[in-house]
Write a protein that binds this ligand. Sequence first.
Ligand code: FAD
Length: 318
Amino acid sequence: MKITEHIKAAKGKTLFSFEILPPLKGQHIQSIFDGIDPLMEFNPPFIDVTYHREEYVYIEQPNGFLEKRVVRKRPGTVGICAAIQNKYGIDAVPHILCGGFTKEDTENFLIDLDFLGIKNVMALRGDAVKSETYFKPEPKGNNFASDLVIQISQMNDGKYLDTPLEKNHTTDFCVGVAGYPEKHMEAPSLDNDIEKLKAKVAAGAEYVVTQMFFDNKKYFEFVEKCRLSGITVPIIPGLKPLATKRQLTNIPHRFHVDMPEALISEVTKCHNNEEVREVGVEWCIAQSKELIASGVDVLHYYSMGKSTNIHKIASSVF
Ligand code: FAD
């Protein structure tokens, strides 16, 4: 089913969903199932699976020169989605990026997803790879997530890259896109970023999932601004429980989100990460309860492959 259909079928009840990362190369699919199994009691109608671009490693050669080698540390997004749909009978939502893909790669990726019966995709630009300062699309690739949404919408209309074809099967993907309550790090302003979000919706996106935030006020204000700008699709809040003291600084650095003073103060008092995890879970429970009371369609948790914290939160919220 499409995410939008799940939301409609829930008739106002807030749904539980979460996002997982493919395991590091070399691990077994069981490591994914071990993270999902404990969360199945909360009836997630869908699970997102992230996509990870290539990275580079430098390997020293016998002659002393360094050889640059491309590695993909977390392959397997499509296979994991198929395995989830097969094992649990629920929808898996693969993330798909502009970065690293030509439009033809994208088309082939989408054809695979369609053949596997995957109904939803999360369309993202992706970040710059470590060797670049700014994001660079592939030659003949999509530049922004809105371009990717256009390509998916065209396939939904039966338009492929090398038309005319003998048959033009119309795919039927429901497309999600990212939204940033505290604005995307490259956007000149929040209003400007919301205009770009509006373009993604105009291109065919049917729902938005937000970047993590730790202050619900930021989410409520963002939703209000989006509604005022004419965006009417569901805006699903993304939540992540804090788990280590280091995250107090590396989450703002990596994701450009602020930490509320009260949370900083609680975490600073902790003697170890066990205590930080308790604070993070309690904070996330409070955020979740307030968001449910406000009537959000879905609560989407960033599990980062670890289900224990999410289980504690879901047990007290759902
Ligand atoms: P876009 O919507 O293309 O926006 C990127 C920037 O360009 C923004 O500043 C925007 O304001 C600006 N912009 C957009 N359109 C235009 C235009 N036409 N002209 C000028 N400027 C424009 N990354 C991964 O690598 N893998 C994942 O699985 C993944 N999952 C994610 C899931 C969620 C819910 C979120 C919030 C992020 C995820 N990311 C993932 C990170 C994401 O790839 C980065 O945040 C990336 O930098 C931006 O992606 P986007 O789709 O928001 O880009």
